[in-house]
Design a protein around this ligand. Sequence first.
Ligand code: KIV
Ligand code: NA
Length: 269
Amino acid sequence: KFKTPSGHALKAQKGQDPIVCLTAYTTPMARLVDKHCDVVLVGDSVGMVLHGFESTLSVTMEMMILHGQAVRRGVEQALLVVDMPFGSYEHNKEQAFENAARLMRETGCEAVKLEGGAHMAETIAYLTQRGIPVMGHIGLTPQSVKAMGGYSVQGRGDDHQRILEDAKAVQDAGAFAIVLEMVTEPLANEITALLEIPTIGIGASVQCDGQILVVDDLLGLFSSFKPKFVKRYAELADQADDAIAHYAKEVRARTFPTLDHVYQAKKKS
Ligand code: KIV
Ligand code: NA
């Protein structure tokens, strides 16, 4: 029987098992994450986390494809989703289709994710009607950081009703799941109860149908800044710093390499 992870199967998880999602940008990290997750996302956060960009706005299709291909080689069982980068889908639905199809064709991912609520509904419907599974993303949408004037909590004021309507519009357009980023906890709970598709929270609520984090954040590998919603399950950057300092010290003291790490002219028998 031919079976592949699908957004359809993920939808059935709502109300059953929480959906475990993490990002990955490279093959080795994808292998680590795939083992434990239902969804692996090649997020456009790759621009900030691996390339040192100040925001996700400079991320290109080429970057998403290259990282998508790397992650594809490490994902065997989870659903693989690739982010559509800024500027690759907003112009019109035809542009969105071409770029989404290219991401799927060149990376072998199962679905794409794009940011935006009601104003993206027509585009999401166009893609989903043409065979492209779409994950939505509303609340804080980092690709709009310049327009929003920063990264702040969503849904505390008049925007509460608009975000509810965004969630409904994304669902009605055919998305199989929706990321809720940095929306207030009561709003995340309200959306989760309202929608039939799973909600995936990041800085949202434990009642969401699933959770996602940037894996480098949870490992303590990315430390430019730490939003409140990040829980560090390890401090790998500190361990890396210790290891590198130790290496540097040994090189300067000529205590590395030892005879264990070098080659003699003749192999001893
Ligand atoms: O780019 C990303 O990593 C994301 C998730 C954290 C939702 O969009
Ligand atoms: Na993203």
